[in-house]
Design a protein around this ligand. Sequence first.
Ligand SMILES: [Zn+2]
Length: 273
Amino acid sequence: MSESSASHTCKSCHHVFTGNYCNLCGEKVLTKQDRSFKTVLNNAFRTVTSVDSQFVKTLWLVLTQPGFLARDFANGKRVKHLNPMSLFFVLNLIYFFFPLIQLFNASLNTQLLSPLSPFYQTIIAKKIVSMNLTLDTFTLFYNLKSTSLAKLMVMAFVIVSSLPLNFLYWKKNKFFTDHVGLAVELACFNLFVNAILLTVIVRVFGLGHYLNETSLTIIFIATNLYFILRSGYTFYQERGWRLALKSLVMVAFLKIALEIYRSILFFVTLIML
Ligand SMILES: [Zn+2]
């Protein structure tokens, strides 16, 4: 009788099964070979390289075939690629190491470019007096607090950005979580293209002085339109003028949602300071 057809009792959940893996929890039956030092090293190496290559492959898919990852995930094809949520957390971590591009992070200077600036300035002035700080110290405290809050609040932005998809594509019989899945993929796209990649390009080519709210807005709208159009085609099988119209509505919503997100971030930061 071969090793795989013998019955085993799982070491982790005590389920009785045949084969090399527990069919309840996935625990592997250890063989003598599994305990050798060479195998342990080999496994460690393979885990690191496969996570790396899966990360790169999944990210490449998000960039070149928007909506594909979310579609596979919604259809239950989940082993081939990195889970969109894991990809999101990794990219979010990378972005917030150097949150120089003002996307989900917004410094006090960026906040003061908002149309609500005169109103903000009044509130800030009061806050500075009540905290008994100079403007420079206040700015420093504010930016640190705001960045750490933004890391958490991005998740709320992702959920909110999925809401219009429920209405625009309600005839497509998708679940609420399917729309959220696409919104997570979109957030991955934005974190990589409009935050990480843009930071690298600006640094390498020294284009810092071309970056302002206007150029960032144009880049944001153009890249998001690309993603929304392509993913509408792939994820929702939408075509023609409906696809074009719904995509424009979605991009306009995203731009407005980003502004609202920033003003909420502003008030939450002031409250928590
Ligand atoms: Zn088990």
